[in-house]
Design a binder for this molecule. Structure first.
Ligand SMILES: [Zn+2]
Length: 60
């Protein structure tokens, strides 16, 4: 099984996702009422706690 967010191998702790990050992204998509949102929404999730971190620590 691979992560539905980024396609990486899933981790048992977070399955079907590869990380809490991807799980949070998926949850946020549902909460936003749109599962197919532009990729920049991923950054929005982190903006609250990591204002200066944009792309450099993305999983891919
Ligand atoms: Zn992932």
């Amino acid at each position: 099984m691979s992560c539905p967010i980024c396609g990486e191998d899933s981790v048992k702790q977070f399955r079907p996702f590869c990380s809490k990050r991807c799980a949070d992204i998926d949850l946020a998509k549902w909460l936003n009422g749109s599962y197919s949102v532009p990729s920049q929404r991923e950054d929005d999730l982190d903006d609250e706690i990591q204002d200066d971190v944009e792309v450099k620590d993305r999983p891919h």
